[in-house]
Design a protein around this ligand. Sequence first.
Ligand SMILES: Nc1nc2c(c(=O)[nH]1)N[C@H]1C(S)=C(S)[C@@H](COP(=O)(O)OP(=O)(O)OC[C@H]3O[C@@H](n4cnc5c(=O)[nH]c(N)nc54)[C@H](O)[C@@H]3O)O[C@H]1N2
Ligand SMILES: Nc1nc2c(c(=O)[nH]1)N[C@H]1C(S)=C(S)[C@@H](COP(=O)(O)OP(=O)(O)OC[C@H]3O[C@@H](n4cnc5c(=O)[nH]c(N)nc54)[C@H](O)[C@@H]3O)O[C@H]1N2
Ligand code: SF4
Ligand SMILES: [Mo]
Length: 765
Amino acid sequence: MSKKKLKAETPEELTGIKIGKPKSVAAGIPAVVSSVKHVLAEMPIARGMQSLLQLNQKGGIDCPGCAWPDPDDDRSRIGEYCENGAKAIAEEATSKRLTAEFFAKNKVSELAEGSDYTIGKKGRIAQPMYLKEGSDNYKEIEWDAAFALIGKHLNQLSDPNEAIFYTSGRTSNEAAFLYQLFVRAYGTNNLPDCSNMCHESSGRALGETLGIGKGSVKLEDFYESEVIIIMGQNPGTNHPRMLSALQKAKENGAKIISVNPIVETGLVSFSNPQKLSSALGKKVALTDTYLQVKINGDMALLQALVKLLLEKEQQQAGSVFDLDFIADKTNGYEAYLEHIESLDLGELVEHSGIDLETLNGVAELLAKKKKIIICWAMGLTQHKNSVNTIKEVVNLLLLKGSIGKPGAGTCPVRGHSNVQGDRTMGIHERPPAKLLDSIEKVFGFEPPRAHGYDVVEAIEAMHAGKAKVFFGMGGNFISATPDTLYTAEALEKCDLTVHVSTKLNRSHLVHGKEALILPCLARTDKDETGGERQFVTVENSMGVVHSSRGSLKPVSDKLLSEPAIVCRLAQATLSDSSILWEAYLGNYDKIRADIEKTITGFDNYNERVRIPGGFYLPNCARDNEYKTSAGKAIFTVSEFTAVEVGQDEYLMMTIRSHDQFNTTIYGLDDRYRGIYNERRVVLMNKEDMAREGFQTKTKVDLYNYSNDKERVARNFLIIPYNIPKGCVATYFPEANVLVPIKSTADKSNTPTSKSVVIKILKQNV
Ligand SMILES: Nc1nc2c(c(=O)[nH]1)N[C@H]1C(S)=C(S)[C@@H](COP(=O)(O)OP(=O)(O)OC[C@H]3O[C@@H](n4cnc5c(=O)[nH]c(N)nc54)[C@H](O)[C@@H]3O)O[C@H]1N2
Ligand SMILES: Nc1nc2c(c(=O)[nH]1)N[C@H]1C(S)=C(S)[C@@H](COP(=O)(O)OP(=O)(O)OC[C@H]3O[C@@H](n4cnc5c(=O)[nH]c(N)nc54)[C@H](O)[C@@H]3O)O[C@H]1N2
Ligand code: SF4
Ligand SMILES: [Mo]
């Protein structure tokens, strides 16, 4: 194994950890202080204020953080963003830049010794960089030469399916549309993207049952809802402005039920930093009932709740279920109830980890309500049975007629700011036939029809030598993917790895025989491609398409926009393409005009996207229409199967701290959970600690043994935490080395990052 590969998991020194009590209230003044601190650490105050004042304003910059929507109506003129939005801006708009001299001074092998935190803090890449085979230093390369090199490699492959084109979810609609068009014109559907590791399970479950892979609710629905159930999601950290929506929902009388193995501060109570009352220390309680499930106990929990609801319904037909809705709009009701009746309540209760009395209380509440929203994120999507668990979410909503009407519906809360838009634009390794037909009609070439590789399949193909060129449109593939050492081997076998990036990351340092870094403009940057001030468009988690216009001076005049990179790559690779690459380069309206011709829902795109706030895409489930194979919403039957965990093993979830955006580590603190200055930690139940003879800060190594292979993550510190027995938590990406490549969700093939079976062994001191 090469030295570099080992560096992909080299643990940082464990120093200076501080542990306090988890916080009892999220946001408030500490969030404002933290925002300012992060912004000022990265740039002069004028640059910071310029970007923050335009963040999430109509006609301004779309926040490069998460996909939570902006209010349709009033927006605060001074602060329509959260602490983590400010951190995302600080990270992206930093004035630190990495020039050619930086790369001449710093060897790749030395940089790779750093943690994701230290690598990411180096700065913005200022010019295209090339790593020659056998070299340990990137050198500057001209853009034309870089494109020619990629074109040469791509044209040398014996089959276009030997190339892989990854996308991370920050890429704009315009860039994503051109990218998938280029990739298909080149001849492959190998378009894996970050959603393969994220909400793929949601897309599969919702598509099959409701006929649309996206959520059905709008932001306004929160304000009309009677009950909001939040499952496997930590909005206080990952979608902070959702807390304002929850606050408003509570003020309007909604009850909130949270389902999570740990008590997340942001779900407990909130002090709204946009309100004066926050400065006076006022807070609102959010969750009414907190269900601390066991990891992956959600399907059992949902089935237990339905069983209890069914008992009530059987006492008086129509008193609990919406029988008219069920008769008019659904299929499979009887078979589903038969299945629920056959299940053993005691077993379900045991698997869920919640006592029967509490479950009865929740069933009592749900029985009386008619407008329910269920929100979820990675705590539901990254398990072996995720697709079926999410189908169980749908079953519950269908029984209650809680879909296709105001105040009710499905709400998979998306991650990256444009991950949903990228899919809409055709970034999909299993493209729908309708999209391909449309491309054929509009652009006059035959796109490939065979399915391409998703993320896990792409890694396996590179490892097996079946794929030789890796191209990443954003993201940090090596750190985000499972089984870090296996993935490192896969990337190192490639002839060429290319990354379109803003910041330096580990994927530039664990590379193919040759490697390129193509630096691009970020959301906040002013884009004057073609000599005109351009804007791009994005789609948020609730299907609103709107514009984003950057305004900051780019850190270097050698950056290109993502659309420009795709156009020039296409020109360098496709010899006789009739697609208007040159015209797109001059004016993004031309790209949008062709999106309108190709993709449903974008009528008068250029006009409507200029309306402040943008427009909603059509959503059949929202309109109470179900475009499934049966023409109705479908009840589905799922068997509960538990992950096998041995006597001396634990089920581990890998989660995000408050100071990170995926693999971008903003800082080493996790303020809400009371953990400071360290990320290599294991959150563990006190009784489990006693059983193992562990103390606070005991130094341990973590092991996984799936598929007859030992995976080790060394140097972690034990922290006592309020988490169910048998369950532990670590941070992503430090623990990714333990996630087995073959351990993926049924049907969606998403790595099971929230149920990894591990052993924890004390280090010999
Ligand atoms: N600041 C910030 N914002 C982000 C991101 C970020 O890294 N930082 N990432 C973005 C992206 S791409 C995404 S996908 C989202 C992710 O947003 P989340 O899904 O909120 O992120 P995770 O930290 O993975 O948290 C999952 C939550 O699920 C819980 N959980 C784990 N296992 C289970 C389980 O089996 N059952 C239940 N019920 N709960 C479980 C965990 O305790 C945790 O609270 O956030 C987006 N926004
Ligand atoms: N164990 C474990 N693994 C996980 C998860 C988990 O919960 N647990 N979560 C999964 C999830 S939900 C996701 S979404 C993936 C995330 O996977 P990715 O999307 O691949 O990872 P990110 O960390 O978001 O990517 C960050 C990099 O993107 C680049 N970048 C930032 N902005 C831009 C831009 O505007 N344009 C371009 N071209 N590049 C830009 C920067 O160089 C930065 O270093 O990770 C997954 N991996
Ligand atoms: S909630 Fe998400 S989109 Fe909104 S400001 Fe915060 S990070 Fe940005
Ligand atoms: Mo994600």
